[in-house]
Design a protein around this ligand. Sequence first.
Ligand SMILES: NC(=O)c1ccc[n+]([C@@H]2O[C@H](COP(=O)([O-])OP(=O)(O)OC[C@H]3O[C@@H](n4cnc5c(N)ncnc54)[C@H](OP(=O)(O)O)[C@@H]3O)[C@@H](O)[C@H]2O)c1
Length: 232
Amino acid sequence: MTDRPQALIAGANRGIGLGITRELLARGWNVIATARQPDQASALRDLSASHPGQVDIRALDMNDPAGIDAFAAALKGRALDLLLVNAGVSGPAHRSASAATAAETGDLMYTNAIAPIRLSRLLADQITSGAGMLAFTSSVMGSVALNPGGHELYRASKAALNSLTRGLWGEVKGRNITVLTLHPGWVRTDMGGPSAAVSVEDSARGMTEVMLANRGKHEHLFLDYTGKSIDW
Ligand SMILES: NC(=O)c1ccc[n+]([C@@H]2O[C@H](COP(=O)([O-])OP(=O)(O)OC[C@H]3O[C@@H](n4cnc5c(N)ncnc54)[C@H](OP(=O)(O)O)[C@@H]3O)[C@@H](O)[C@H]2O)c1
């Protein structure tokens, strides 16, 4: 088992993260899969049972800075071929910068933009040189160039994530690793809703293929789940 490539997926217990976990397991990867409440992560436990020795389920709340630090410390020294920070929230239902409280803004920005950088910076030295990759589930809604308005708080959180991933790239690009900022499509998950255009299976397969196809590129790219480049 030890020669299998190793992934860490933050936010793996449902939706797109769970779909990507399935895809990587089917391709022979080991996955450290995080959930806020592992005791309730029944889909991950089923995957662990059907892929013995391949799934390591761990607790992680991205809204808890000390918890992020402890989580990363527990993995110290572990080589990671892929770290995907996928966890994210849509923010308050009113979606309005004018209506948002400081607490709502703080939770949204921390979970979607700040925590992914805190976690990935703590683990960046453990990403394997060469084929290793840091990846982030962002959104086309984080593109400033393609912003038609609406959903302004969520857009701002993903635009902040995009900016922070570019800054992180500046720190790690000498290490021969690749950084991807990804758009999964509009996906039928709890967040995307039942009217979304893309199934979890198609998005997860596409996201996985895009990540694997770009290993070794040693660039920072903003791509959708079909591999198409997105304007920042
Ligand atoms: N669905 C879409 O159309 C769409 C489009 C563009 C981008 N995205 C992005 O894709 C990613 C996955 O979204 P999804 O559609 O799969 O949503 P989802 O079904 O609502 O799943 C969200 C995932 O994020 C985790 N999460 C949320 N807050 C967390 C926190 N504080 N700490 C740790 N984990 C947390 C959830 O864990 P719990 O179960 O513990 O809550 C869950 O695993 C997000 O970053 C989202 O912004 C989605």
